[in-house]
Design a protein around this ligand. Structure first.
Ligand SMILES: [Cu+2]
Length: 234
């Protein structure tokens, strides 16, 4: 009898725990899905002539400062929930900023505050990491061809421009996250923010040449809230 009671008690406890968990998930949040689009006629993509280290870098580079897809979707825009709380999740793998072919990949790297990033030079030529920060210490370090990997850490949330002083066309961005709710748009300008708490939020988009824009979005538990941003040239 006592054994049965203890089994029943455990089952009741498990049910309470499971019930509680699903309730939290259902009530806790929804997602924000959407697109960032170019308003008007997109300019022709810029091409930059390579004037040194052609063997490693090629003869020309497509500028990534504004990449607009066939449906006017803007790649590499950063969408975030303004003032959201909680630490950004630890990445499953150590984040990597690659310079393969004398180009920063990814062009826009999201990085949780306090996370380390490996900066890789597989090119066999001299690169130079130069960051333009205000919240974090600026970095200005040569990365000779024999130094394949340098590790850096960014502690404070900030949008940081990264360039290579050895190759004038090399430009990238490190976006150090203040909280979990950040996303970078894909080739089609699409993004998704998961597990956003239910309620009204201000959602911000940032693009390196088109600037910032915000919209109010209401998130309901368990449902995707849709939002479209249209950015124009200033
Ligand atoms: Cu370089």
């Amino acid at each position: 009898m006592r054994q049965w009671l203890s089994v029943l008690c455990c089952l009741a406890l498990a049910a309470a725990v499971l019930g509680g968990t699903s309730q939290v998930t259902a009530q806790g949040g929804g997602s924000i899905v959407g697109e960032v689009k170019f308003s008007g006629t997109p300019p022709a993509p810029k091409v930059v002539k390579v004037n040194k280290d052609n063997q490693a870098c090629g003869d020309e580079k497509k500028s990534e400062e504004l990449v607009v897809g066939a449906n006017k979707g803007i790649k590499n825009a950063v969408v975030s929930v303004v003032g959201a709380k909680g630490p950004a999740p630890k990445p499953a793998q150590k984040p990597l900023l690659d310079q393969k072919g004398c180009q920063f990949q990814p062009h826009v790297l999201l990085l949780p505050a306090g996370a380390e990033v490996d900066i890789q030079n597989p090119d066999g030529v001299l690169h130079n990491i130069h960051t333009f920060s205000t919240a974090n210490p600026s970095i200005n370090k040569a990365q000779p061809k024999f130094k394949k990997v340098m590790t850096e850490k960014f502690e404070k949330p900030e949008i940081i421009k990264v360039q290579c002083d050895a190759h004038s066309w090399m430009l990238g961005w490190v976006v150090v996250q203040a909280h979990p709710h950040y996303a970078v748009t894909d080739e089609g300008g699409a993004f998704k923010l998961d597990n956003v708490p239910a309620g009204k939020h201000k959602v911000e988009v940032w693009h390196e040449t088109l600037g910032k824009m915000t919209q109010e979005v209401e998130v309901k538990a368990g449902a995707p809230a849709k939002v479209t941003f249209e950015l124009a040239k200033k």
